[in-house]
Design a protein around this ligand. Sequence first.
Ligand code: NAD
Ligand code: ZN
Length: 385
Amino acid sequence: MLTDYSLKMPKNIRAGAHAIEQLTDILNDSIKKIVIFTDKGLLGLGLVDLPIQMIKEAGIEYTILSDIPAEPNYHEAQAMIDAFKEEKADFIIAVGGGSVMDVAKLASILATDAYTVKDLLDNPLLAKKQVPSLMIPSTAGTGAEATPNAIVGVPEKDLKIGIVNPEMIADFVLLDARLIQNLPQPIAAATGVDALCHAIECFTSAKANPISDTFALEALDLIMNNIIEACTNSEALTAKSKMLLGSFYAGVAITASGTTAVHALSYPLGGKYHIAHGVSNAILLTPVMKFNEPAIKDLLAIAYDRVVKDGDKGLSEAEKSAYMINRLDEIVKVLEIPTSLQTFNVPAEDIDGLVEAGMEVTRLLVNNKREVTPEDARAIYLQIL
Ligand SMILES: NC(=O)c1ccc[n+]([C@@H]2O[C@H](COP(=O)([O-])OP(=O)(O)OC[C@H]3O[C@@H](n4cnc5c(N)ncnc54)[C@H](O)[C@@H]3O)[C@@H](O)[C@H]2O)c1
Ligand SMILES: [Zn+2]
């Protein structure tokens, strides 16, 4: 069946060894005031120094908003946006991981008092772009620099919810590997596996299409072949820049198709137990891939042929598919990311609540090629308890 598909992405993307210096080409006389969104950790590490220097050289007024907690809930995001509104800025720069970029993207469409983050949770498409934005990711990563999504915690529901509005897509993106060079290993590993999940989920999504496949497969190739080196060797700048590019491409793939049951079942783990997004995805990756295998064997075999450089093209579809799932599992283990919820003391009696909350993420569950029933979700959660 022929269906329609489309792609929206940031208009101006710059990558390379000195991408941040290219701010000079972007900052112009029409910009009167910039708000820089970042977090306290990144400020302390000096990762915002170079962008600030470039802004100063351009003679533009700026304010830094850095009071952003990791994985904010919608009240915390709204507090930042209220502070942003006071500044009356006409340009936004985000330097940070997904948490920072998501708040900055929400600010870009909530610069007046017309709507709140809560309004967008109820009706995401209400707001229009008001302030142009530039994203400089410091993790590789969420791909938030590419997507129309902003994810916020919703404490009343013990869930994280994705607000999706194409107006939030950033105008400019700078991909500079110096930003991720000294990422602590556990953060590099978890955020890297998040990008890996984006790539494999989008490639095997029911919404996959020729455009998303192009980005998802290239992302998978870049990430699977560089993640271990990038996460374990701080000098490996080439591997790190490939991870940054891979996570950006995986974000583009999310925009063009969508993630599946790994992300759907992961949201309650972030919402209720505040397990980092990349870690909860890593825990679910193997069980969900094994559950999906009967419906996606052919796709995993295609991915094998693309990704495994010394692979045996003569293997059967089933062998290639099994290899891929095993390799994904191995990556999570080699990077020493938790593989079960035991580390997080999740009690067995919480399982009903997890199943109920996970089944609410219909936005992503509909993308899963194999239907996930509440009994299936329960069986998957039981495997990781
Ligand atoms: N919008 C999207 O499309 C999208 C996609 C996936 C995930 N997300 C969301 O993004 C958030 C997670 O973002 P994240 O995984 O990038 O992590 P994060 O932004 O929450 O950052 C995690 C920690 O890493 C630190 N950190 C970030 N960069 C660093 C660096 N270069 N050096 C040292 N420390 C650094 C931060 O200060 C923070 O303490 C979650 O809320 C998740 O739901 C959004
Ligand atoms: Zn993700």
